[in-house]
Ligand binder design. Structure first.
Ligand SMILES: Nc1ncnc2c1ncn2[C@@H]1O[C@H](COP(=O)(O)OP(=O)(O)OP(=O)(O)O)[C@@H](O)[C@H]1O
Ligand SMILES: [Mg+2]
Length: 809
């Protein structure tokens, strides 16, 4: 403000514009009423809504008669005009009080009368002025004024503000949508801070009142601050609005972009001939889903996933994962298949067709089916076939499926110790799949399925990877299995209509809760006669077939078959038997193929050259021909077996050496047998070491039931008399010489029969188990019931009295 007073100069003073100070034109209009203005006066035109700034060229429209006259008078006299903003834009007849007293004087450079009678001026603003007083006597406003000189202010304060304003102005121009870029160049070229401030003030879209405020600030620094302040506010607003504009554009662009990309993708796929595939794939899945008969909530879930697939667009790994999932979902048998009523007679025929013998077992199966027939929705127990390998457990399951018109699926559980193998992995795992139950259901394609859970006794114990047994429990439990949840599927699947059958070699290793849900059917194994029948009726036929032979081209004599059963196999089931028959028939096939024979009949003498030396009966006679060897009978998970117990003596000091992978119980039983033998023979054995060995490979053996056999081997050793080779025995001994009962009579008896034994010695207290022994074995074997060890000695070695009796005698 300090220099304001000097800025004010009388118009009559220095710098008076040219033309204004001149004498009024002599030729005044005819009216002659307009008198010349005093030297320091200006014609004034009021403006309703605009502010003229010095240095700015600006269009101004005038409408009021007084203003038109004023403009014309100015043009005529080439006089300058002062423009003043009125306070109230609405007011037409303005008094001095209605006006701002500071304005800009300028020259009218153009005067245009429009076609419709409007008057337009183009005015070049020149300098600020202040009205000193209004003068009367003219048909327009006239006032004595003082011009405000533009100061040539300099200094760092001005310079800094000048640069800042310039920068801001250029930025603002950049933000304004419809401003030509050249304007920025113009701004850059301005070298006067005052000129820049006025120009910016002129262009700024602020209210006229605000522009007037700027006009009235004579101090340059102050004015620059004001303009900078206003402009920066405008720039913020401009920036904001641009940002908003960009955002909305961005949203629009994103949709647009996706659409364009999809369109391009479609075109590319069309070019590659793929477009139909993808669409068809989704369409196919959709159709499959609609017809799969899923429960409502699962269908909804599936449809949601399908929509996700559709949106995803082909190609990504996630796409193919989701597609695989949807394929699993749609291909499962959701619809309960109508169950064929069970025809018991037909079922019996099928079972008889597929399997020889097994009468008791077939009867149990038919009973089971009858119950199911009467009460199809009822919770029938789960059948479990238990027995040694090759006795027909799996094939019986297949027969049941055939007999009831169901699909058959086998799920191998041997060695499964990860719960996920049964229940699947979550979909989030790479390469996740459903567990083997759901996999089997998809393979079956119908709820009308017999699902065989094979080797359920070999399921690994639960541990780090969860407990497979508990998952199986859920599968088998009728209370739970209508809502079986596989981790991969992630939805419940109803297993309640599936007929589950389990198989096992042994029952001990099946977890209790699982075993509780099963109805166990034991398959103990076959007698030799049964095996011959099975071979005759099934195995030979099958092997002929698989070796490409017609029945008339090759055959096996009855004697040969019996010899294979007796001398070349020693098993509860018939798997090895079938293998040996296969070998024999392959040999026959060779001869037929070579043209050496039209028809081959294999007889007993041929077997040695085809299958090698007899494997089993030899052993029995050979082994037991020397004293110190007894034939025991053992029970193993693969059926009964015979067991040779060998005893030897060497000079020593009464040690007992035990070898042959014996378990603790068997070792103790051996010690008991030695003690008993000492007392029985009266030999203290203190000059000898006794060695008891139980051969037969590396199989671990345990249990007390070899006690009698060990005792007999020792007695035989010590008396030098061999044990009869056609006698086999089993039974626990007490130190007092009592023979105690054992288990597995049926299996052991069958094993004895297979091995060519004629006499079986069993504990007396096992006599009740004889009814379990197959009739054929009962007929062919002689049973000796043991109360005490001397009964066994008498029968197997001969009439030797115990030491005490001998002494007494
Ligand atoms: N009674 C029988 N009549 C006809 N064939 C039989 C009989 N028993 C078993 N077989 C046949 O013996 C073969 C072996 O049977 P299967 O595979 O069912 O044995 P498994 O008991 O399941 O043995 P594993 O415990 O080793 O699985 C099959 O080909 C089966 O048809
Ligand atoms: Mg099997």
């Amino acid at each position: 403000m300090k220099n304001r007073p000097e800025l004010l100069t009388k118009l009559s003073g220095a710098g008076a514009p040219q033309g204004t100070g001149g004498t009024p034109p002599a030729a005044a209009p005819a009216a002659g009423t307009i008198k010349p203005l005093p030297e320091d006066a200006l014609i004034l035109i009021p403006l309703r809504n605009a502010v003229l700034f010095p240095g700015v060229l600006s269009p101004i429209t005038v409408g009021r008669a007084s203003s038109v006259t004023a403009a014309q008078e100015a043009v005529k006299n080439e006089a300058r005009v002062g423009f003043l903003l009125q306070h109230d834009p609405q007011k037409t007849d303005v008094e001095p009080a209605d006006l701002h007293w500071v304005g800009t004087a300028g020259a009218i450079v153009r005067y245009i009368t429009g076609t419709e009678g409007g008057h337009h001026l183009v005015v070049q603003g020149e300098s600020r002025f202040r009205v000193l007083e209004f003068l009367d006597g003219w048909p327009f406003l006239v006032g004595r004024v003082a011009l405000v000189e533009q100061p040539h202010a300099e200094g760092p304060g001005i310079e800094a503000r000048f640069l800042q304003l310039k920068e801001q102005a250029i930025e603002a121009i950049g933000l304004l949508p419809h401003v030509p870029d050249e304007l920025a160049d113009v701004v850059r070229g301005i070298d006067s801070p005052a000129g820049l401030a006025d120009m910016v003030a002129n262009f700024m879209d602020v209210k006229s009142e605000e522009k007037q405020d700027i006009l009235e600030i004579f101090d340059l620094e102050h004015r620059l601050d004001k303009v900078i302040g206003l402009l920066s506010a405008r720039v913020e607003v401009l920036k904001l609005s641009r940002e908003i504009g960009e955002k909305t554009r961005a949203q629009f662009d994103e949709r647009q972009r996706e659409h364009v990309l999809r369109e391009q993708l479609r075109q590319i796929q069309k070019e590659l001939g793929e477009s139909d595939d993808t669409a068809a794939e989704v369409e196919e899945l959709k159709k499959a889903m609609d017809t799969a008969g899923m429960p409502e909530d699962i269908l909804k879930h599936g449809q949601k996933e399908l929509k996700r697939l559709q949106r995803m667009g082909e190609g990504g790994s996630e796409y193919s994962m989701l597609r695989t999932y949807l394929e699993w979902l749609t291909e499962l048998p959701w619809k309960p298949a109508p169950q064929q009523p069970i025809d018991i007679d037909a079922a019996r025929r099928v079972l008889d067709e597929d399997h020889f013998g097994l009468d008791k077992i077939k009867r149990r199966i038919l009973e089971y089916l009858a119950v199911r027939k009467l009460n199809p929705e009822g919770k029938s127990p789960i059948l479990c076939f238990a027995g040694p390998p090759g006795v027909g457990k799996t094939s019986l399951g297949q027969s049941i499926a055939r007999a009831t018109g169901r699909a058959f699926q086998r799920v191998a559980l041997g060695g499964v110790h990860d719960e996920a193998e049964i229940r699947g992995h979550r979909r989030t795992y790479i390469g996740a799949l459903p567990g083997n139950i759901i996999q089997a259901m998809r393979r079956a394609g119908t709820t009308n399925t017999v699902m065989m859970l094979d080797e359920i006794d070999k399921v690994g114990a639960g541990g780090f990877h969860g407990d497979p047994a508990s998952a199986l429990l859920e599968v088998l439990d009728p209370e739970q299995n209508h809502k079986f949840r596989d981790n991969y599927l992630g939805v419940d699947f109803d297993l309640s209509r599936v007929m589950f059958i389990c198989t096992a070699n042994v029952l001990d290793t099946i977890p209790g809760p699982l075993r509780d849900r099963m109805e166990v059917i034991q398959l103990p194994g076959y007698t030799q006669e049964e095996k011959i029948q099975i071979a005759r009726r099934y195995l030979v036929k099958r092997q002929l077939d698989s070796n490409g032979l017609k029945p008339e081209q090759a055959s096996l004599s009855d004697a040969a078959l019996a010899a294979i059963v007796a001398d070349y196999t020693r098993e509860a089931g018939v798997r090895n038997l079938e293998r040996e028959i296969g070998s024999v028939l392959r040999h026959a096939a060779m001869r037929v193929a070579e043209g050496k024979a039209q028809q081959v009949t294999v007889d007993t003498p041929d077997l040695a050259s085809i299958l090698g030396a007899r494997r089993f009966e030899n052993e029995l006679a050979l082994r037991t021909s020397t004293p110190g060897v007894a034939t025991g009978l053992a029970w193993t998970p693969v059926g009964g077996d015979i067991l040779f117990i060998e005893a030897a003596k060497v000079p020593g000091n009464g040690k007992l050496i035990l070898t042959g992978q014996l378990g603790d119980v068997m070792k103790e039983s051996a010690q008991a047998a030695v003690t008993l033998a000492k007392t029985w023979t009266g030999d203290s054995l203190d000059k000898l070491d006794i060695h008891v060995h139980v051969p037969a490979g590396a199989t671990p053996k345990d249990g007390p039931s070899a006690g009698v056999a060990m005792f007999l081997a020792l007695v035989s050793l010590l008396t030098g008399k061999p044990v009869r080779s056609d006698v086999a025995m089993t039974g626990e001994v007490s130190l007092r010489g009592l023979v105690l009962p054992i288990g597995g009579v049926k299996e052991k008896t069958l094993a004895a029969l297979r091995a060519g034994i004629r006499v079986v010695m069993l504990p007396r207290r096992n006599e009740k188990d004889l009814e379990d022994v197959p009739a054929e074995a009962r007929e062919k074997l002689q049973f000796v019931w043991l109360d005490r060890v001397e009964d066994a000695v008498r029968c197997a070695i001969g009439d030797i009295a115990p030491a005490g009796e001998r002494a007494a005698a």
